[in-house]
Design a protein around this ligand. Sequence first.
Ligand SMILES: Nc1ncnc2c1ncn2[C@@H]1O[C@H](COP(=O)(O)OP(=O)(O)OP(=O)(O)O)[C@@H](O)[C@H]1O
Ligand SMILES: [Mg+2]
Length: 628
Amino acid sequence: MTTDVKNYLKTALLGSFFYVNYKIKLSLQMDSLNSLRYLNKFLYQYRSYLLWGTVFTIISNVFSIAPAPIVRYAFDLIEEAVDLHYLYKGYQNHDNIYALFAQITLFYGALIVAMALLRGVFLFMVRQTIIVMSRLIEYDLKNTIYAQYQNLPLSFYRRNNTGDLMARISEDVGQVRMYLGPAIMYSINLVTLSVMIIAFMFMIDTTLAFYTILPLPFLSISIYYVSNWINKQSTELQKQLSGLSTYTQEAFSGVRVVKAFSREDDSIRRFAETSEKYRKHAIRLSYIEALFYPLIILLVGLSSTLIIYIGGIEVMKGKITNGVIAEFVIYSNMLVWPVTAIGWVMSLAQRAAASQTRINEFLEVKNEIVSTKNTEREIVGKIAFHDVALTYPDTGVQALQNISFEVQAGETLAILGTTGSGKSTIANLIPRMYDVTAGKILIDDIPIEEYAIGSLRSQISVVPQDVFLFSESIRNNIKFGLEDCTEEQLIQAVKDADLYHNVMDFPEKLETLIGERGITLSGGQKQRASIARAIIRNPKILILDDSLSAVDTKTEHAILNNLERIMHNRTSIIISHRVSSVKLANKILVLDEGHLVEQGTHESLMQNNGLYKELYEKQLQTEGEEVG
Ligand SMILES: Nc1ncnc2c1ncn2[C@@H]1O[C@H](COP(=O)(O)OP(=O)(O)OP(=O)(O)O)[C@@H](O)[C@H]1O
Ligand SMILES: [Mg+2]
């Protein structure tokens, strides 16, 4: 071939290479790859794994390249042997020569097997370092994300749904691990192996080296596009799958509603529809995947043919021996896998970057609820609100306006009001689940922002309106991580919450499992278990958010009496719809649509002739009706 043609080919090849490179960079959206920078600190932390991984990769590559020249020697040797064999025909040495060559060939064969074994050993070590590193980072990353989740305020959980939180800690971390493990491993392998092979090939024969490399960029680019497409499709598939499982999960947890409204057929139909979409997609994907591998094999075959053709010409010119052709075919086959991996690695990196961007988004969320002075002190229990207003940040709902009141330590405050009037919002503000939009909250005359969050919350027990119990034993639900509490204290709390007799009726008493794996508690039992959980902690401030709504008036009375004894000298806040629960409080707040419309004792409010009296009389009437 003339030098002109060669030069032309080289320029064309280089040009197209840069063009494609540019295109790939564009489609990779380099800024999204920046998100992977976050992982560098982990890579640095585990740098010894990375370093040893690289060393082992190089060693294993030496052993995988070494057989190629051996094959060349063996090839050339056999050729010579055959010639010699014919030359010595009829001589005495004829048979000896044959035996000698057979022995040498066998030796080469054994050498190649030994190399393969050694290579295997080092490949094992490569995986033991780099893949192990990726698992370690995965572990750290999951813990980091989970710790961040635990740190973030309630408002964060309002903004993001559970599925999303779960996906980031499981699937997204998984994607990132694929980048840290396989992608990095194959990249190191690609770089070391191709540098070694290409250098080797150019040392042996430039022309043949050139033609061996020629098809590789095309191979890698086409694989990049195909595997990108496959990845996109499988992400889509993943989404459909998670849609399917969300749907199924809801159908299971809402099974009572489904059955009560006899919507089973409808539920089955919707499942089948979603499932059908998934099936179609999955089959189409496997069709493309099935086409993909034969295509690579075809390309490899074509490139081998090219080597043999060009090599043949070189042999005829007397530039190289037959053995070199065999050697180069081996090289080209060896290069194919890492080159195939480029495309794959790039799309892995891209997916990991997208996942890491999502993870970073959550990691970067700052918890605005932080303490200004980290004051840790024992709370006595005085609470004061000065002109407090709260607008929920996401919805813009003005839940509270101009709320001012004071409770002395040891007093009982009751909050009464219609639904949606802002009662639970007040309960949220005291343990600082949200920060006020305007005004001030003081506890023991110290602004609430100055308290260390952990110290503040550990001295306040809230029984939330929507009771949540874990799928655990009753004991664990009540103790809920409390270490230093005696059996007597536990029993006492259960008794004070008026749950003792119920629990003793259960076959396994306090060890009875509740929730998904165990028995279902009645609404009132749940509320009382939740109250026991709150009072066992000996809080300085106890908040019951509508926690007696599901118990009858007799039980309500019993619990309130017990509370009076337990909360002696401490502050209790009782939120309710029912006048009967609030009557005995030292102070009663009456809320209406976020405004504090009345406050005072039962007697003073009755004299006021306001909303309180109206509610009281209405409820007295209905109670009378119920009794009568
Ligand atoms: N986390 C939140 N984010 C946005 N808006 C909220 C949030 N919680 C409550 N709201 C809104 O704030 C208002 C007051 O709600 P709140 O829960 O305090 O009422 P409530 O008096 O406890 O009512 P109920 O007696 O029904 O429990 C309502 O309009 C409600 O929709
Ligand atoms: Mg409420």
